[in-house]
Design a binder for this molecule. Sequence first.
Ligand SMILES: [Zn+2]
Ligand SMILES: [Zn+2]
Length: 259
Amino acid sequence: MNIDTSGLLAKWTRRVLYFGLIAGVPVVAVAALLNQLFFSLALAVPLLLAANAFALASVDQMRRRFDDVDRLRDEIRHFGSNNARIYRNDTDFYADVRGSVARARESVWVSYIRQFRENAPRAEFERHLEACFEWARSDSRHVFRRIMSNGTAAEPMTTGRLFGEQQLQYVAAAEAGGFNYLAKVLTWMPMHNTDSYSMILIDDEEFYFVLSGAEDEFWALHVNSRNLAAGPLRDRFNHLWHDAHSLRAHYEGRCECDV
Ligand SMILES: [Zn+2]
Ligand SMILES: [Zn+2]
């Protein structure tokens, strides 16, 4: 198999630079302005120190993200083509995802978090949403969890409704019908620029990993690995799940989201 590691690295480097710019420039600008206004080093020095500490904390966070990717890449190297597959288009990707969901015995956990909102409805994506709902409804032992961002919640569907509204209807149907279909919203923050990947975890046995770049980029990976699915990716999902708020709270305005 052939993974475009240099492309992946370049993309992550861009994200780090981007975050450094948006976080660093205003802090330094404010410090410089204050310094000019008051000619006071007493004000500027603590500000610059604080900016520095913030930058160091961010770098540490970045490094952990890079470690995640390195670990993933190492793990993938050990797999033959039978255990891993790369997708460059969403048609093949969703076809395989539907197969995995249909075979799942206990849990399907999905995160759909991206920086860029899709403005056009996508038939493949909507078939995937229905398949997940049907899987959850077919057996009360099935547990389905979905995390979306406030941006993706606002994506339009072919019915004209928004993705988040449709998901809220699924959640309400599950509550009424006594099956497990849960959905939460993660408030988008600049820090998540480094986190804009989506995951699908199936039964702690296999996972899909989607990196979202610009609107026209698609890169996804499917790996059968208990080591990864039951380990770091499950932890990562649980962390996001904990940070997210309920879809109902989102639509009742009881959250920090702008939209
Ligand atoms: Zn967090
Ligand atoms: Zn919200």
